[in-house]
Design a protein around this ligand. Structure first.
Ligand code: C2E
Ligand code: MG
Ligand code: MG
Ligand code: MG
Length: 279
């Protein structure tokens, strides 16, 4: 982020640049201590199956309050964590929190599938694979309770190492979601060439559904994905109009503020019982 080019294409100095650089440096130091200082926690956003009107699962999203108060955006600290090699610590923390939470919910009679976001650094890390397998070898937890979300931006259909790993996790019984679909460089054709179960259309498209050309595109993605037997989820659904359009396109699931923001575990329990009473 070096400022915007002016009309002649020359970069001018961005006064914010130095400030941002210093902020990132501060974040890095604090990030390394975040887990031992108990500053991270996980929230859960419901996903709704709009065909059968039921909760189809939740997505686990990590949260960090620096010094217990300062909320830092995941997009900011995840990127830094990836750069400094701290992402695997965060991923372990999230995975552990989620397995604990699922067991607790099971004991309360709440059965939900949970998806976790994984970084490509995790997937390509042998230790991570080993570690995830370890967790599932002894716990009373099914792999099919879990979904792994991988952002489309890191996927290339010719990246053999990554695809092999995706096949590996699928064979192990995990469900795989392609996250933020439409923000990467893959063509629609890749839908038939990448191993996955669910496709999440990025909120960029959902927020522009009122534009006819975007609606047509979303409709095509859904239709094409369905011919391969994939489940389609729309991200960032915020209003009734979007639900109507998505239903008419036979979209399977939605996630977004319209139904619920990401919730603390107790809040989700409340949401769960209310939703099931209503439907
Ligand atoms: P994502 O996986 O695509 O997650 C969806 C993001 O959209 C979340 O942002 C969520 O809070 C937000 N969102 C949900 N519904 C709506 C809506 O209706 N409108 C709008 N405008 N936004 C909505 P969040 O929690 O800030 O996370 C941002 C990104 O950070 C995630 O995008 C994911 O890529 C990454 N991330 C979050 N948690 C983790 C994690 O535990 N591990 C890793 N590796 N990445 C994570
Ligand atoms: Mg996600
Ligand atoms: Mg997403
Ligand atoms: Mg996204």
């Amino acid at each position: 982020e070096q400022g915007e080019p002016n009309k002649s294409g020359v970069y001018y100095y961005d006064r914010n640049f130095e400030k941002k650089r210093r902020e990132n440096q501060d974040i890095t130091g604090a990030l390394l201590e975040s887990i031992i200082k108990n500053e991270m926690y996980v929230v859960y956003q419901p996903k709704i199956d709009i065909v059968n009107n039921k909760i189809s699962g939740v997505e686990a999203l990590v949260r960090w309050k620096r010094n217990g108060t300062d909320y830092i955006e995941p997009n900011i600290f995840i990127t830094i964590a990836e750069e400094i090699g701290f992402i695997n610590k965060i991923s372990e923390f999230v995975f552990k929190s989620v397995t604990k939470q699922i067991m607790e919910w099971k004991s309360k009679g709440i059965k939900v599938k949970c998806s976790v976001n994984v970084s490509v650094y995790d997937l390509l890390d042998e230790y991570y694979t080993y570690w995830v397998n370890g967790i599932f070898s002894d716990e009373d937890i099914d792999r099919s309770d879990f979904e792994i979300e991988i952002t489309e931006r890191v996927i290339a259909y010719n990246d053999k190492k990554l695809l092999d790993k995706m096949y590996y996790f699928k064979e192990k019984g995990f469900l795989i979601s392609i996250d933020d679909f439409g923000t990467g460089y893959n063509s629609l054709m890749s839908i038939g060439e990448i191993p996955f179960d669910k496709l999440k259309i990025d909120k960029y498209f959902i927020s522009r559904l009122n534009r006819i050309e975007v609606a047509e595109l979303v409709k095509s993605i859904i239709q094409y994905a369905h011919t391969f037997g994939k489940i389609v989820v729309a991200e960032g659904v915020e209003n009734e109009e979007q639900i109507k359009i998505l239903k008419s396109f036979n979209c399977d699931e939605v996630q977004g503020y319209y139904f619920s923001k990401p919730l603390m575990p107790e809040e989700f329990e409340e949401f769960y019982s209310k939703f099931n009473k209503l439907s």
